[in-house]
Design a protein around this ligand. Structure first.
Ligand SMILES: *[C@@H]1O[C@H](CO)[C@@H](O)[C@H](O)[C@H]1NC(C)=O
Ligand SMILES: *[C@@H]1O[C@H](CO)[C@@H](O)[C@H](O)[C@H]1NC(C)=O
Ligand SMILES: *[C@@H]1O[C@H](CO)[C@@H](O)[C@H](O)[C@H]1NC(C)=O
Length: 566
């Protein structure tokens, strides 16, 4: 009798949890722990009916509980947000690196411009150079602040600079004296500078050049900051409830059935991603325009709008200004004396400009520019890098599905089963197209995305030169890019396929795949329906239970033997 009991106990031990195939869920448990989806207590001790589950419904026994479903949903959202950030990271780095690089270039330019100007004064007008250095420093500081975005009036700070210069030029060159002017007299001379206009049109010319070139530089920095803000916004996109449920279904519902290695079908993945990222796709036309507008701006940054040329050329303007004052010396003397009275003066030798000019050119040539500073080169390099992100926002769902999420081949997960192919319609990008999305209901626009779109629209208008006067040569450039655009949009018959870049090609390929899908499924149903899915832990668990069944039969037979013997 003892033997019999032992037999029965052994039978119970072997068959108890094993009959239901508990190792169907072993892999699920492992993944749940490794990916830190939630505490392992949430896992059911054995497969159970999943009638209480919200999204992962199925008639088979499940490895999931309702609590696990919630954890999976959080994990699915986290996974997508990590992916989005990973994909935008290079673009973000490109922009923030260039903000820093452009700022540094501006600073170096400011220092060089100041240095050139001071060097020129030292060589040409040595006597007043030291006294002028303060005003020169102030001028370049103001230009720098203007470039970084301060609301400074360029006309005003340029005039202030020339106002300060007038007493020096007057006392050293126009009406030279040994002891210089008293500070009261100098102040009087300074105060009448704007009426007397000792430097002719030069101050206006310089202010105009600084404004034109400076506005471009300012805009460039402003635009790059906005670019970073756009990415920051989409990195933190709020995923709707419908999207989160769709993500859960796509990524983790297979786990509930013990299918931890299945991947979603391509068309299925595209529907889910295009639904979830629909509002992001709305950024696309404005983003493209942004990239093109930056190119336009960069093309405009030459000649009178080349900041580098303007700032490093301040000394030649200064030269012109002083020449002008010297030429109208007689008139200036009369006017100054009329308003400020006679200055005390002792005769002194005037400084030769010709001699100074040749010296300054050799001096400036000698002090070579630091390599790599060139603004033109830097902006050209930046734009060619940025151009590869032209289709970033429209191409993202495809990129994510093709490179990260979806199964390249069959069988794949269609949301409820492992199948040979996905049979539902694949929708296009953008919010309007989502009304036909079978996987994700898209309610409408995202207010944060709309805000960032408005900002993009605004900066695009600025970049396109609303505040920069157009020059003859620029119109050609603009017409040129317009033509190119016309051609590419004429080429494509699909609204969302008008990438014209690598992303577009990927998409075209995908469309072929998804168009083929229904036929393939038809074949599959007729000919191969009885084949079990090739992958996944179903196979492991079925062979495992086979082994167990065999062991139980051996035991049963042994016990029967014993019973018969008794
Ligand atoms: C300014 O010029 C002097 C020579 O006049 C030179 O020694 C110095 O390095 C220059 N500074 C900058 C920032 O270019
Ligand atoms: C990025 O976005 C977050 C949250 O939306 C915000 O707190 C942060 O200041 C933003 N950073 C930048 C650089 O815009
Ligand atoms: C997934 O496949 C199953 C089995 O072929 C089918 O019943 C179901 O309708 C499919 N679901 C979708 C969304 O295609």
């Amino acid at each position: 009798m003892g033997f019999l009991w032992m037999c029965c106990v052994l039978l119970a031990v072997f068959s108890g949890p094993g009959l239901g195939g508990s190792d169907k869920c072993d892999e699920v448990r492992k993944v749940f722990q490794v990916r830190e989806i939630g505490p392992s207590q949430l896992l059911p001790p054995r497969p159970r009916p999943g009638s209480d589950l919200q999204v992962c419904t199925s008639k088979t026994l499940m490895c999931c509980t309702k609590k696990m479903e919630e954890k999976y949903q959080v994990a699915a959202r986290r996974d997508l947000q990590n992916l989005l950030q990973m994909y935008s990271n290079n673009l973000k780095t490109l922009l923030s690196r260039n903000v820093a690089a452009f700022q540094e270039t501006f600073e170096v330019l400011m220092k060089q411009g100041e240095n050139y100007t001071n060097a020129f004064l030292q060589v040409s007008y040595q006597k007043m150079a030291d006294q002028a250095a303060g005003a020169v420093g102030e001028l370049f500081t103001d230009v720098g602040l203007f470039l970084l975005g301060s609301e400074l009036d360029v006309d005003e700070f340029v005039r202030r600079f020339f106002d300060g210069l007038f007493p020096l030029v007057y006392s050293h060159l126009v009406s030279p004296g040994a002891g210089g002017l008293s500070s009261v007299y100098a102040e009087c001379v300074r105060s009448i500078s704007r009426d007397v206009r000792p430097f002719g049109a030069v101050p206006d010319l310089l202010a105009d050049q600084i404004t034109r070139s400076g506005v471009s530089g300012r805009l460039l920095l402003q635009a790059l900051h906005l670019g970073i803000e756009v990415i920051n916004t989409t990195d933190h996109l709020q995923l709707s409830r419908e999207c989160r449920r769709a993500l859960l279904k796509m990524h983790y519902c297979p786990h509930c059935q013990g299918l931890t290695e299945s991947k979603p079908c391509m068309g299925y993945c595209l529907n889910v991603m295009r639904g979830c990222l629909a509002s992001m796709a709305e950024i696309d036309p404005h983003w493209r325009e942004f990239v093109r507008s930056l190119e336009g701006l960069s093309a405009k940054m030459h000649g009178a709008q080349d900041l580098e040329q303007v700032l490093l050329g301040v000394h030649t303007m200064l030269h012109d200004a002083v020449r002008h004052a010297e030429k109208s010396g007689a008139r200036l003397s009369t006017q100054v004396q009329k308003k400020c009275g006679p200055p005390s003066r002792t005769p002194a030798q005037s400084v030769s400009i010709q001699e100074g000019s040749s010296k300054v050119s050799t001096l400036l040539k000698a002090s070579n520019r630091a390599p790599g500073v060139s603004l033109t080169v830097r902006s050209r390099e930046f734009l060619s890098s940025l151009r590869s992100y032209l289709t970033f926002y429209i191409g993202l769902p495809d990129q994510l599905c093709v490179r990260e999420l979806a199964s390249g081949d069959t069988p794949c997960w269609n949301g409820t089963d492992i199948v040979k192919s996905y049979t539902l319609r694949v929708v296009r990008n953008g919010i309007r197209a989502q009304s036909a999305n079978p996987e994700v209901k898209v309610r409408g626009e995202d207010p944060l995305i709309n805000q960032i779109i408005d900002k993009l629209k605004h900066i695009n208008q600025l970049l396109q030169g609303k505040s920069i006067p157009k020059l003859g040569s620029l119109d050609q450039i603009e017409t040129g890019s317009g033509d190119a655009e016309g051609r590419s949009s004429g080429d494509c018959d699909d609204e969302d396929d008008c990438g014209g870049s690598g992303g577009g090609e990927v998409k075209r390929r995908l469309f072929k795949v998804s168009k083929l899908s229904p036929d393939v499924t038809g074949d599959y149903k007729h000919h191969h329906y009885h084949h079990p899915p090739a992958k996944d832990s179903k196979i492991d668990s079925s062979s495992g239970s086979l082994r167990r069944t065999r062991a139980i039969w051996v035991l049963v037979l042994a016990c029967l033997h014993l019973i018969l013997d008794l």
